[in-house]
Design a binder for this molecule. Structure first.
Ligand SMILES: [Zn+2]
Length: 221
């Protein structure tokens, strides 16, 4: 038996997100969609986020453009440019805990994720920072990710899995993955493992330093 929390990042995508929602809905599984802000400017994609919300999924902020990891961006305006407008676009679909997930470029869980001004913005804004502890690499292995994901699930008590509702082909295997995970003893949960949430509702509750770059300090020198 193991616990499994699913997250779907980088959408919404009209060709993929509906299929993901259907697969989850048929099984009664609730998840979180970490959306890219600029995608919500398209009404069709905003409607998909609204559908996910209406079906009981949580909507999280995954930056406006998802280009350069925030910890690698110079300048103190990063959060105002990438986080605040995304939260405005999410609007009334936001969860009270204001979920925010940074990205390291390829799943890196290190000091590329954040920097001090971004952490200040998250704390002041009452955000919760949601990391992960399982990366299926679905984006670069659209057929092989299922085996990797199942192995990760079996090796820890509670996995917070990163998946992507992107048109890579990987989500064709989602139903197979869900059914195999269930057969292997998965208990699907919507909440996040506490160790993966270093900032909760604006409070730093777990060590944050491993995820902080020094780019702003170096910029002052
Ligand atoms: Zn991402």
């Amino acid at each position: 038996m193991f616990d499994l929390t699913l997250t779907f990042d980088n959408g919404p995508e009209p060709e993929v997100t509906p299929m993901v929602l259907d697969a989850l809905g048929r099984r009664g599984i609730k998840s979180t969609f970490f959306v890219i802000g600029e995608k919500l400017r398209e009404p069709e994609r905003r409607l998909l986020a609204a559908r996910a919300h209406a079906e009981g999924h949580w909507i999280g902020n995954h930056t406006l453009t998802h280009t350069v990891p925030l910890g690698l961006q110079r300048g103190i305006e990063t959060a105002e440019r990438e986080i605040a407008p995304t939260q405005a676009l999410i609007g009334d679909l936001a969860h009270p805990q204001r979920w925010f997930r940074p990205f390291g470029g390829g799943g890196n869980l290190d000091d590329r994720l954040l920097k001090p001004s971004v952490v200040d913005h998250l704390c002041t804004g009452g955000y919760s920072c949601v990391l992960w502890n399982a990366i299926s690499r679905d984006w670069d292995d659209p057929d092989g990710w299922v085996e990797r994901a199942l192995t990760q699930c079996r090796t820890q008590a509670w996995s917070l899995m990163v998946l992507h509702d992107l048109p890579t082909g990987a989500m064709r295997h989602l139903e197979g993955f869900l059914d195999r995970a269930a057969a292997a003893g998965a208990r699907f949960r919507q909440e996040f493992p506490p160790d993966c949430v270093p900032i909760r509702a604006g409070q730093i509750v777990r060590p944050i330093k491993p995820y902080l770059s020094t780019i702003e300090e170096s910029a002052l020198q």
